[in-house]
Design a protein around this ligand. Structure first.
Ligand code: GLN
Length: 196
């Protein structure tokens, strides 16, 4: 029988409800993560979009940086969307990093004020080799550099917008704001493999 997974969603600020809604539609149990004890017995963790400075400040105030970093570096499958990507990066241009667990350099609000939100469709072969995935960007970051352990999953206009380093997945867009669940399903596969 397939084991039921519980996926934690960091619920400090930002789009955690939308991720919980997507996971619930996929029949997955979720847990809101607000303190270190919420990190027990999770098969995976999602760090949502929102405002990285606000979420990062709350992480520091609640002493969650260290326990989160420990879990993630010990192998907990973790997916950061947008602000979540920024929080996971080991380098943020002109700012101090937060969790410092994936070898990428991130530029915040990288598309500028003119085009602070947009949608597009893109083929991401690692996730679905046949059909394009709808992507929603909101004051999105992109990745300006990645280390050798990082697998680049997608680029848009020459900029990296999705990447993976072992158990850590980052996307600068928001699958939880669409009703397309392919990226969530891809992440759940990573979580299932890790519990096997
Ligand atoms: N602009 C936000 C930041 O820099 C990220 C936006 C988002 O998560 N949609 O934190």
């Amino acid at each position: 029988m397939e084991k039921t997974l519980t996926i934690g969603v960091l619920a400090m600020q930002g789009g955690f409800r939308e991720h919980i809604a997507s996971l619930t539609k996929l029949g997955v149990k979720t847990k809101r993560v607000r303190e270190a004890k919420d990190l027990q017995n999770l098969a995976g963790l999602i760090i949502p979009g929102g405002e990285s400075t606000a979420i990062g400040k709350l992480l520091r105030e609640t002493d969650l940086i260290k326990p989160l970093r420990q879990k993630i570096t010990a192998g907990l499958p973790t997916w950061g969307t947008c602000a979540g990507l920024i929080l996971l990066a080991n380098e943020i241009e002109a700012e101090t990093p937060y969790l410092d667990v994936i070898d990428i350099i991130v530029r915040r609000n990288a598309y500028g004020r003119q085009i602070d939100s947009f949608r597009t469709d893109l083929l991401i072969p690692e996730i679905d080799p046949q059909n394009k995935i709808p992507l929603v960007f909101i004051r999105a970051p992109f990745i300006t550099g990645a280390g050798s352990k990082v697998k680049i999953l997608a680029t848009y206009n020459g900029r990296i917008i999705a990447a993976r380093q072992n158990n850590i997945l980052v996307t600068s867009f928001h699958p939880e704001l669409t009703d397309d669940f392919r990226v969530h399903k891809y992440f759940l596969q990573i979580c299932r493999k890790a519990v096997e």
